[in-house]
Design a protein around this ligand. Structure first.
Ligand code: ADE
Ligand code: ZN
Length: 322
């Protein structure tokens, strides 16, 4: 109980949050009403009932359907503002927010609408917040290159780019050219790797895409040499415990490998991924792992410290938090 108090009160950074995954069923219905969008579910409760996933793809199908209510700049603003208010309650002082523009531009929503709404909410919040634009890996690299071009007028509003959506069958090297261009633009680079995909995808995210941080990365322990290398190089893993159990990467929280990741010397962090779909925000993730795993107050401090250390904040701002 004391540990729970300490963990929830600690200042933390959130480094793995898909903003579309923060869209709560209530807001989905409110936006559907506002925009005259017809949903496949009759009620908030019926929608929430559908949140039973067997793997990543079964989640993604419903997550993309939920995002279909986002049409106006104000919709993107309201979604982001709601998330940042939750950050305040959880003592999340800094958030590096993923967004999936292709989910919206494919429906005819302008890049400008997406980026402006999300960015304006970040500016209006007391929480420090920056944006990472993600490419959908189930689409082609040409589509990703066109998305990057469309985002260039907003280069100043982005700190980096990432890679998400269906992992298996879409290895990082599929996006070698677009990541090379982003690197030339001075953008920070991250990618989902080793969530459902094998350690080889983690290696190619590092060697081909040259990512600075690994999203999930939990399958890294299947490769001891790779684990030792990532630990030595100080490359962070943005681990998402509730996501991993909801998407059956681990059957139960007591099976989660967070302790082993930390014991291996990896810079692991705790994050929420898609909090509206997986049963909780930052503190819910912390509470879940501390309830189920042999973690101590020293681990809690390490995890909070890691979250700022692994962030893309400038050094002087990191120091303020560390
Ligand atoms: N998009 C939103 N959440 C994701 C996840 N956990 N993995 C891959 N793509 C995602
Ligand atoms: Zn994710």
């Amino acid at each position: 109980e004391q540990l729970r108090q300490a963990v929830t009160a600690m200042p933390k950074a959130e480094l793995h949050i898909h903003i579309e995954g923060s869209l709560e069923p209530e807001l989905i219905f409110a936006l559907a009403e506002r925009n005259g969008v017809r949903l496949a579910y009759p009620s908030v409760d019926a929608l929430r009932q559908a949140y039973a996933f067997k793997d990543l793809q079964s989640f993604l199908d419903i997550y993309y359907a939920g995002a279909s209510v986002l049409l106006q700049e104000q919709d993107f603003y309201d979604m982001t503002a709601a998330f940042l208010e939750r950050c305040e309650r959880d003592n999340v002082r800094h958030a590096e927010i993923f967004f999936d523009p292709q989910t919206h531009t494919a429906r005819g929503v302008a890049m400008e609408t997406v980026v402006s709404g999300i960015h304006r909410a970040c500016q209006d919040s007391p929480v420090s917040a920056t944006l990472i634009m993600c490419f959908l890996r189930h689409l082609s690299e040409e589509d990703a290159l066109a998305t990057l071009d469309a985002a260039l007028p907003h280069r100043d509003k982005l700190i980096g780019v990432g890679l998400d959506s269906s992992e298996v069958g879409h290895p990082p090297e599929k996006f070698a050219r677009v990541f090379a261009r982003c690197r030339d633009l001075g953008l920070h680079l991250v990618a989902h790797a080793g969530e459902e995909g094998p350690p080889a995808y983690i290696a190619s995210a590092l060697d081909v895409l040259k990512v600075e941080r690994l999203d999930h990365g939990v399958r890294i322990l299947e490769d001891a040499a790779l684990t030792a290398r990532v630990a030595r190089e100080g490359i962070a893993l943005t681990v998402c415990p509730l996501s991993n159990t909801k998407l059956r990467v681990f059957d139960q929280m007591r099976d989660h490998n967070l302790v082993q990741l930390l014991d291996a010397g990896l810079l692991a962090t705790v994050n929420s991924d898609d909090p509206a779909y997986f049963g909780g925000y930052m503190n819910d993730n912390f509470i879940a792992v501390f309830e189920s795993l042999p973690l101590t107050l020293a681990h809690a401090k390490t995890l909070a410290r890691n979250s700022f250390a692994a962030s893309f904040l400038p050094a002087e701002q990191k120091r303020r938090f560390l």
